[in-house]
Design a protein around this ligand. Structure first.
Ligand SMILES: Cc1cc2nc3c(=O)[nH]c(=O)nc-3n(C[C@H](O)[C@H](O)[C@H](O)COP(=O)(O)OP(=O)(O)OC[C@H]3O[C@@H](n4cnc5c(N)ncnc54)[C@H](O)[C@@H]3O)c2cc1C
Length: 435
């Protein structure tokens, strides 16, 4: 007798919704039905194998595959309530005698490897690993403090997981802030000592774009800027051809990859399958003391409300789920955030038209985008593709903004914002008392 398969729409919905409290147990049960016992794959009601993409990573809204390493998406809590240990199955790679070096100078915005930096390191790995017989090593030149989680070993782990084989860490105050002369002197010393085959920098307005062009001028090389694609090409001097954005982003330029390349975000997949040694290196000779002609007087305090959305680093964005707009504006002032809004919030007259984020508003590239009461319609998500970290406050744990978010708070926006403001006030008071 043929077995009639009965669908259970609720169970299927829970299986798709990774934030549902029963998600892990339902996935496990579905896995058992398929006789596989694996939560990442199970047999669907029509006999078709279903895959849970969250168990092995997922495609972000910008089309790049993202792997969740926290374990939160990997089946979540085990049935007993304990979090399952995340299996570290990265392959360890050591390159004791590299055939050549690929030097990368990450921006380290805020003292951490940014998404752009990690993409660039992915590009560096492509160059270094192209010939498995004669692999190169990726050397990262890090300026200033590194604020990665944990102490020395943890920092090296973060570098290693990003694909770095060797690290030259120059922590001296002389390199902190905007210090192009000191940084250039250090990069020139790296060039003299190790003569890397490739130099890669992020083509980012507040970091690598300036330093990379200075470096190219110093080395007498014509750099490739706005690089976003790389292809092996035996006819090019370095064996590679790159595609770069040119003419105010209106056309693509195809050219042989030069020694100095400034690459855009998403130029390559970040490293996620291997772990590298991140072995510390030191320059053989002391750098001569520099009489710098540039003095960094620090950042100028500006009113976040006056910052253009496209340039804002921290955006507090309100949507239809914001009921207390006075509280929202107060929170933006207290957090020092630039205000943004969904189209519904603008159409309803709560926010000015120039604050609209999205496909028909402004495309933003904030380091932190805090979305309050925004459902995450595709037109809105398009506008936040370039944001580094997205935090969402929403009542609906299944909405698309929560799926896109790196951190989510499920609850009513008004009390959550109030609590956030209270925490900020408390932290500021404690800082004042300590001073
Ligand atoms: C051609 C076209 C272009 C568009 N361009 C844009 C664009 O550029 N930008 C844009 O944003 N939209 C754009 N839209 C509109 C878009 O499709 C959505 O309608 C809009 O983004 C929804 O806004 P929202 O998320 O604020 O509202 P809703 O979709 O109504 O979502 C409100 C969210 O708030 C949550 N919520 C409710 N109450 C609370 C509470 N008390 N606390 C916390 N959360 C709560 C709900 O769970 C829900 O997720 C466009 C649409 C079209 C057709």
């Amino acid at each position: 007798m043929t077995e009639i398969r009965r669908r259970d729409p609720r169970r299927e919905w829970v299986a798709r919704n990774r934030l549902h409290p029963e998600h892990a147990s339902v996935l496990a049960a579905l896995g058992d039905i398929g006789g596989r016992g694996a939560a990442s794959e199970w047999l669907g009601p029509q006999g078709v194998v279903r895959r849970n993409p969250h168990a092995v990573g997922f495609i972000g809204p910008n089309g790049v595959r993202r792997i969740d390493r926290s374990g939160a998406q990997q089946g979540g809590e085990a049935p007993g309530g304990t979090r399952q240990a995340v299996k570290d199955d990265r392959r360890r790679v050591e390159i004791p005698e590299p055939a050549f070096l690929v030097a990368v100078v990450p921006d380290m915005a805020g003292g951490r490897l940014s998404g752009h930096d990690k993409d660039l390191l992915g590009l560096a790995r492509r160059l270094a690993d192209a010939d498995p017989e004669r692999p190169g090593a990726v050397l990262a030149v890090i300026f200033g403090q590194h604020k990665g989680e944990g102490g020395g070993e943890m920092k090296e782990q973060a570098f290693g997981e990003a694909g770095i084989d060797r690290v030259l860490h120059l922590e001296d105050d002389a390199y902190a802030g905007f210090a192009p002369e000191a940084r250039l002197a250090a990069l020139s010393a790296v060039e003299r000592e190790w003569a890397p085959r490739h130099w890669l920098l992020p083509d980012s307005p507040l970091g690598g774009a300036d330093l990379g062009r200075r470096l190219a001028a110093r080395l007498g090389e014509r750099p490739a800027t706005g690089v976003w694609q790389l292809e092996a090409d035996a006819g090019s001097p370095l064996g590679w051809r790159c595609t770069a954005r040119g003419a105010a982003e209106s056309l693509d330029i195809l050219r042989p990859l030069p020694r100095v390349a400034l690459a855009l975000a998403e130029c390559a997949e970040p490293v996620d399958e291997t772990r590298h040694a991140a072995e510390p290196l030191a320059l053989g000779s002391e750098l001569p003391a520099l009489l710098s002609r540039v003095e960094d007087l620090g950042q100028v305090a500006v009113d976040p409300a006056g910052v253009a959305l496209a340039e804002a680093e921290f955006i507090l964005s309100g949507g239809n789920g914001v009921k207390d707009w006075d509280g929202f504006h107060h929170a933006a002032r207290m957090l020092g955030a630039t205000e943004g809004a969904s189209r519904v919030a603008v159409d309803d007259g709560h926010m000015a038209r120039d604050r609209q984020v999205g496909a028909t508003g402004t495309w933003v590239t904030a380091r932190v985008y805090l979305a309050v009461g925004i459902s995450g319609a595709i037109q809105h998500l398009q506008g936040i593709q370039g944001c580094d970290k997205v935090v969402a406050i929403n009542m609906d744990s299944g909405c698309d903004m929560i799926k896109r978010a790196d951190l989510a708070v499920i609850g009513d926006s008004a009390p959550v914002l109030e609590a956030l403001v209270a925490l900020v006030e408390q932290a500021r008071e404690e800082k004042r008392d300590a001073a």
